[in-house]
Design a protein around this ligand. Structure first.
Ligand code: GLU
Length: 291
C-alpha cells in the first residue's frame, strides 16, 4: 500500500492564526503517525487578496511550529492550465454555462423572488443563484461574450446531478450535527455554483479538487467550515473521473465571543504571539494538542 498523503492548504491572504496552527499540526502529526507524507499547498488564485509577504510568513510560521514539508510547494497560481483543462472537460459534457449578471443584479432578482416566500440559501447562507442566464438564447450569449462583459462559468447543477447520481464521502471526523462514517453528499444545496470567472479562470472548489487529485492526497483534514463544500467536491470528482480521498473535518477554534478566528484578529495571530514570547509548546497547549 502506498503511504497516505496529507496536506495543509492555506491561502496567503493574511497571517496565520491559532486555527491554522491547529490544522497544520494535526495534518503533520497524522502523516507522521501513519508513516505518510505531508504536503503544503499555497492556494493563491485570488490575485487581488494574496500577497507574497503573507506567503513568506506562512513558511516562517510553520517552520517555527516545527513543521516540515516536501518541496517544491505547489502554488495554485502556477497551474491555471490544469484548471482550464478541467473546465473544458465539464463543458464538453454540457455542464457549464456562462452567466453575465452583476452581484447587484442577482441580489435584485432574489429579492423579487422572495416576495413569493423565502428563497433557498446555500449552507453558507448565501441565496442560490436564480438561474436567469440559463434561459439566454445562444445568440444572446454570443453577443454578451463578444461585448467583453465580465462573466462567471457556472455548473448546471440539475444536469450534473443527473449525470453523477447519488454521492457520498467517508467522514473520519465529524460534521456540525455529528455526521460521521459514510455521509450522503448534498451538492444540490449549493445550486449552480461558480467554477471560474473571466478574471480568475478557476475557483476554490475546482482547484482544490484538481490539486488533491494531482498531488495524490488520500486524506483531506481541514476545518469544519468546509464540511458541506465536500458535497461539491465529491460531485466534481465524480464528473471528472478522479479518485475520492477520505475526509476528516476538525473542530474550529473560536474567539471569546464564539466566532471563528479571523486572519485580521491580532490577538490570535502566530506572529503576534511569537513576538509576545509565546513558544511552539505554548501554541500546542493553546490549541488543545497534547504536549
Ligand atoms: N485554502 C482553504 C483555506 O485557507 C483551505 C482549503 C481546504 O483545505 O480544502 O481556507
Amino acid at each position: 500500500m502506498p503511504p497516505p498523503v496529507f496536506r495543509f492548504a492555506p491561502s496567503p491572504n493574511g497571517y496565520l492564526h491559532l486555527g491554522h496552527a491547529y490544522s497544520a499540526l494535526l495534518n503533520f502529526e497524522l502523516a507522521r503517525q501513519s508513516g505518510g507524507r505531508f504536503l503544503l499547498r499555497i492556494e493563491d488564485i485570488d490575485a487581488a487578496r494574496c500577497r507574497p509577504e503573507f506567503e513568506a510568513a506562512i513558511y516562517e510560521d510553520l517552520a517555527w511550529l516545527g513543521i516540515s514539508w516536501e518541496t517544491p510547494v505547489r502554488r495554485q497560481s502556477e497551474h491555471l492550465a490544469a484548471y482550464h483543462e478541467a473546465i473544458g472537460k465539464l463543458s464538453a459534457q454540457g455542464l457549464i454555462y456562462p452567466s453575465f449578471e452583476s452581484r447587484a443584479e442577482i441580489a435584485r432578482e432574489v429579492s423579487q423572488r422572495e416576495t413569493g416566500g423565502p428563497w433557498p440559501r446555500d449552507p453558507d447562507g448565501a441565496p442560490l443563484y436564480p438561474g436567469m442566464a440559463k434561459s439566454l438564447s445562444a445568440d444572446e450569449r454570443q453577443r454578451l461574450a463578444k461585448s467583453g462583459a465580465p462573466f462567471a462559468l457556472r455548473l448546471d447543477m440539475a444536469s450534473a446531478l443527473a449525470r453523477a447520481g447519488e454521492l457520498s464521502w467517508v467522514e473520519r471526523g465529524e460534521g456540525a450535527a455529528g455526521e460521521t462514517g459514510r455521509v450522503a453528499a448534498r451538492p444540490e444545496s449549493w445550486g449552480d455554483v461558480i467554477l471560474a470567472r473571466k478574471e480568475t479562470p478557476t475557483s476554490y472548489h475546482l482547484s482544490v479538487v484538481i490539486d488533491d487529485a494531482l498531488q495524490g492526497i488520500t486524506d483531506v483534514v481541514r476545518g469544519r467550515d468546509l464540511y458541506w463544500s465536500t458535497s461539491v467536491h465529491r460531485l466534481l470528482q465524480a464528473l471528472l473521473g478522479i479518485p475520492e480521498p477520505v475526509y476528516r473535518h476538525h473542530r474550529l477554534l473560536l474567539d471569546d465571543s464564539g466566532h471563528k478566528l479571523s486572519k485580521s484578529t491580532r490577538s490570535t495571530g502566530l506572529r503576534e504571539l511569537r513576538a509576545d514570547g509565546v513558544t511552539p509548546a505554548d501554541i500546542r497547549r493553546l490549541v488543545g494538542l497534547p504536549a
